[in-house]
Design a protein around this ligand. Structure first.
Ligand code: HEM
Length: 296
């Protein structure tokens, strides 16, 4: 089984073209069914194209953690091809970019009356700036333009931002709007688990350094994790009250108008799970220090 992951056609540029060409061809399926091209049709193409992109960014977020949690041929293959999977995301996003351009250029009125919202515009533009910087610095000529620290900053923040954008879109769809589709749930949960793998991998790494945790740490950590998990399932029931509370101050409601993702409701459950994990895997410094002294 592991030898299949070594095949030439399943790796590198072969894999990239083998996936991104069919995705590009898929764009013509809805287009060929249009009777006329209107703003609404282009808007549907924006959604259609980005749905092909989202799974790849989720996968990119999860790959390095999957390798830690499930070491094996498959996760090694994912890790080897991480760059190409990222570029597949970029191809589908380029289609979205093209439809956004068509919309804003040819259907200007529709765009400003039906779609334009300042904060979304800022979030989307930051997303595309990250995407462009990540693509350019994925090739040798672009890599030379930045040092290794800058490269890490661009790619780490870009990956998180480009994960956060669709994750929050689907979180709002299922937590605020009354009529989510199956695909909205699917993309919400896929995004949630992609990030959860990072928390689990982080916990695995911390656990190796740990001696024994206290009963209080174990209880507090597990309770927070259970609480975070329930929040992730029940967002429809708490979104409204939490949003109202978090934006009750005038400075907060002003920030909400332009600061991307503010006040971060979609990420609350994952933050709480992360906090619980931190407590659960807290280093017992007293014991570690005692061990160091004993060893000396
Ligand atoms: C300035 C840049 C951007 C603009 C103007 C824009 C515009 C749009 C529009 C018009 C829609 C369709 C809304 C509808 O039909 O209800 C949409 C949907 C969406 N966009 Fe963007 N977008 C931008 C950047 C991004 C970026 C960087 C991402 C990150 C991946 C992204 C992810 C999404 C997602 C996940 C959806 C929902 C798709 C669905 O219906 O399943 N967008 N966007």
């Amino acid at each position: 089984m592991s030898s299949i992951f070594q095949k030439k056609w399943l790796n590198g540029w072969h894999l990239f073209f083998g996936v991104s060409l069919p995705i590009s061809l898929m764009m013509f399926v809805p287009i060929s069914n249009f009777d006329s091209v209107t703003g609404a049709e282009i808007s549907s193409m924006i959604s259609f194209s980005v749905r092909w992109a989202v799974p790849f960014i989720y996968l990119v977020v999860a790959i390095s953690s999957l390798k830690i949690i499930f070491p094996g041929a498959f996760t090694r293959w994912l890790m080897r091809n991480r760059k190409y999977i990222g570029l597949m995301f970029a191809v589908a996003m380029a289609w979205q970019g093209l439809f956004i351009f068509i919309m804003s250029y040819y259907f200007h009125d529709y765009y400003f009356s039906e779609i334009y919202y300042f904060r979304d515009e800022i979030e989307g533009s930051i997303g595309y700036i990250f995407l462009a910087a990540m693509v350019v610095t994925s090739f040798d000529f672009g890599r030379k333009l930045v040092d290794s620290k800058q490269w890490r900053i661009i790619h780490k923040s870009g990956i998180y931002f480009l994960w956060a954008y669709p994750f929050s879109v689907y979180w709002w769809t299922i937590s605020y709007y009354g009529n989510p589709l199956m695909i909205d749930y699917l993309f919400y949960w896929f995004g949630f688990f992609a990030f959860l793998t990072r928390i689990v991998a982080w916990a695995t790494h911390r656990n190796k350094k740990i001696s024994k945790k206290t009963v209080i740490d174990a209880f507090a950590g597990s309770t927070l994790i259970a609480f975070g998990l329930s929040l992730s399932v029940l967002s429809l029931y708490w979104q409204n009250s939490i949003t109202q509370t978090l934006t009750s101050f005038s400075w907060s409601s002003t920030l909400e108008l332009w600061l991307p993702f503010w006040p971060f409701e979609p990420f609350l459950s994952l933050m709480i799970i992360g906090l619980g994990t931190m407590i659960l895997t807290k280093e017992n410094t007293k014991k570690v220090n005692a061990e160091i002294v004993n060893q000396e």
